[in-house]
Ligand binder design. Structure first.
Ligand code: ADE
Length: 224
């Protein structure tokens, strides 16, 4: 899978994308994540990418020309399954959307900054708008990193144990059951007997029961 991310702050994405699982996926050749510096498509000597808003509103707006030129160059190279704009007024991101996007071949993500982007960019290029929650970040980069991480860990070959993504919280609409590791007892706190029983059917039943209970307690909305 290939993900291209357009940003005015490439440095904000370098850390999250070059560590851990995403790094491993890239090294294995199953992921190809590229950060494109929009400034390279900026206008004039100062590589301008933003300008004042029409109508006298305070704050700067990302201009259409640099973004149109940048997307134009990228689209000459390949067809994107989705051109995604990260914005607090987009559709709320969830596991279902992550699953759907993980099956795509090429994704393009545009990170907004300042007051946002010229509306004509949304009309002309954007096929999907994603929010990671009802709060406003200073830019779309951290949101793009979150979305990229959630998608990429589902791509076969990225996680070592492929079944582990399938048993994540939310994959079956339930939160995960409690998990434990050694020691079996710590200061009087004991790992449930059933998990040490070796009885796989009993363990599976217990885990399902616990997942249901946890979901009822913490996120009853998921059961609706
Ligand atoms: N850009 C700024 N805030 C955001 C959010 N909550 N989700 C996605 N992109 C954003």
């Amino acid at each position: 899978m290939r993900i291209d991310i357009i940003t005015v702050l490439p440095g904000l994405l370098q850390g999250p994308l070059n560590e851990s699982i995403l790094k491993r996926g890239s090294q294995k050749g199953v992921l190809d994540i590229n950060v494109i510096d929009l400034r390279e498509y900026g206008l004039g000597k100062h590589k301008q990418v933003d300008d004042e808003a029409y109508g006298g509103k305070a704050g700067m707006v990302m201009m259409i020309e640099p973004i149109a030129n940048c997307i134009g160059v990228l689209q000459k190279e390949r067809t994107y399954d989705e051109v995604i704009y990260m914005t607090p007024d987009g559709k709320r991101f969830d596991q279902k959307t992550a699953n759907t996007l993980s099956l795509k071949e090429n994704l393009l993500i545009l990170c907004g900054h300042y007051k946002g982007i010229d509306e004509r960019i949304r009309e002309a290029f954007i096929t999907m708008e994603i929010s990671i929650g009802d709060y406003v970040l200073t830019g779309g980069e951290l949101a793009a990193a979150v979305v990229t991480d959630a998608i990429c860990r589902l791509v076969p070959g990225v996680l070592n144990d492929e079944t582990s993504a399938l048993s994540d919280s939310f994959q079956d609409g339930l939160l995960s059951p409690p998990i434990y590791t050694r020691p079996a007892e710590f200061e009087g706190m004991i790992v449930p007997e059933v998990l040490r029983s070796g009885n796989f059917k009993a363990i599976e039943d217990w885990e399902h029961e616990q997942a249901l209970k946890r979901t009822e307690d913490r996120r009853p909305d998921l059961l609706d």
